[in-house]
Design a protein around this ligand. Structure first.
Ligand SMILES: Cc1cc2nc3c(=O)[nH]c(=O)nc-3n(C[C@H](O)[C@H](O)[C@H](O)COP(=O)(O)O)c2cc1C
Length: 226
């Protein structure tokens, strides 16, 4: 399905592919170094940094996972876990707020909604402006046995998503703007005020948001200011 989608996009695109688990064959260790500082000191940085840099520089991020026991594969989850510190609840990258992403999933019969939810949660909390999905139950596990009607359905979705991702993005969808405003409030009021009261130092996330000017009205999707 991923190959069909890339074919639909046509020639002239610079595509960087990562295959899991080959390109990230380790789990998050839970050391929280990324939360306390950033992903540059992740013990698995030789795998994680190239992936995140590639996401940051891409116009479109495409994440694929077939359904494994009604959810996204553990390989994909292991990759997403490594980027928890990039969530809006922590220190998101401003590049994400004008970016598009596509989730591609398939299965034998059931579970694709969960995969979209599993991957979509990270895309949303990274601040991804627009996200789309392509999904299809294949019945057969052997692609050659999948019937022409099913393949035509996938192709139709690929064409539709390929068209939508060409559209320029001026600001993120409502959900992202809402999450941004909620997190701004949480960082400023709920977390910071509580820590101040307890005599605790400012968090690294609070300082990050302050440096970005996001408490002063700047928006990460505002190219001129942020
Ligand atoms: C470990 C494992 C768990 C799976 N669990 C499900 C499942 O819960 N529901 C389902 O419909 N298919 C399930 N499948 C079937 C795959 O999702 C399906 O064959 C898919 O088309 C495989 O795509 P791929 O060959 O591109 O990875 C599972 C396959 C594997 C290997």
């Amino acid at each position: 399905m991923k190959e069909m989608f890339l074919k639909t996009l046509g020639d002239g695109h610079d595509i960087t592919e990562f295959n899991l688990p080959k390109d990230l064959p380790v789990f998050c260790t839970g050391c929280k170094a990324c939360f306390h500082q950033d992903i540059s000191i992740c013990p698995n940085k030789k795998y994680t940094i190239p992936i995140w840099d590639s996401f940051k520089n891409a116009d479109v991020i495409v994440i694929t996972s077939s359904v494994y026991v009604l959810h996204a594969s553990a390989q994909v989850k292991a990759m997403l876990d490594h980027f928890g510190s990039k969530w809006l609840a922590h220190s998101p990258d401003k590049e994400m707020f004008l970016k598009k992403a596509v989730i591609i999933t398939n299965c034998a019969g059931q579970g694709m909604k969960n995969v979209i939810k599993d991957i979509g949660a990270s895309l949303d909390f990274w601040g991804i402006a627009k996200r789309y999905s392509i999904k299809q139950a294949l019945f057969y596990t052997d692609w050659d046995k999948v019937d022409a009607k099913t393949k035509a359905k996938i192709n139709k979705q690929c064409i539709s998503v390929a068209k939508m991702i060409q559209e320029p993005v001026k600001k993120p969808r409502f959900k992202i703007r809402f999450l941004f405003n909620m997190m701004k409030l949480a960082h400023k009021k709920l977390i910071h005020d509580r820590l101040q009261k307890d005599g605790e130092p400012e968090t690294k996330d609070y300082q990050y948001w302050k440096e970005q000017g996001w408490f002063d009205g700047n928006k990460p999707w505002d190219k001129n200011k942020a």
